[in-house]
Design a protein around this ligand. Sequence first.
Ligand code: ADP
Ligand code: MG
Ligand code: MG
Length: 208
Amino acid sequence: LLRKTDVVNILNDIVKTIEDNRQYLTDLDAAIGDADHGINLDRGFKAVRDKMTQFSDKDIGTILKNVGMVLVSTVGGASGPLYGTFFMRMGNVVSGKNTLDENDIVAMFEAGLSGIKERGKAQVGDKTMIDSMEPALNELKKALSEGRGLKEAIEAAANNAYNGVLMTKDIAAKKGRASYLGERSIGHQDPGATSAYLMIKTVADYVD
Ligand code: ADP
Ligand code: MG
Ligand code: MG
């Protein structure tokens, strides 16, 4: 079970993770994009941190919807509207709630990922953030259905997200800026798949 304070703590941990990986994510984007992914996300999550007190006393749904709106208005690029949609859709699913059980967590992740796919029209294998998120969601559902605890299930999800990250090296981009490179994007790891993995790993590290 996750409480509202846990959600706020996780969001603050994600701010820190993105800050720590700002250069790494930007370097990945330099190879196949326009060298701004870490800069974009760091700007967005710092804005989330700065505005957090304006909504941290609300229910979890409202907190997540606000996070999404802040990301949409501050991250920019392709990833801003996509991550923004992810958090807003997660918030919609848990509207009014002050705690999250395993079913809520799966439903949130499912709704968030569906939002990204609808908005960006990409699917697994297009070399995007979906390549780490979808394997993570599948593994989360599998682990929970096998009766493994939340910590173990989210850790398994994060590990499978990392498998997805590595897989992006072997494929050509079909969406986003990297798709302009076509086959020349092969051999490079997708920045968005990497940032999504890092966020999932941050949740896994927090939960106990
Ligand atoms: P921009 O490409 O506009 O500079 P960013 O560098 O912040 O934006 O984000 C790039 C990342 O966005 C890519 O690495 C990829 O994972 C993700 N991305 C791009 N287009 C899509 C899409 N249509 N669907 C899902 N993810 C996408
Ligand atoms: Mg970029
Ligand atoms: Mg850009």
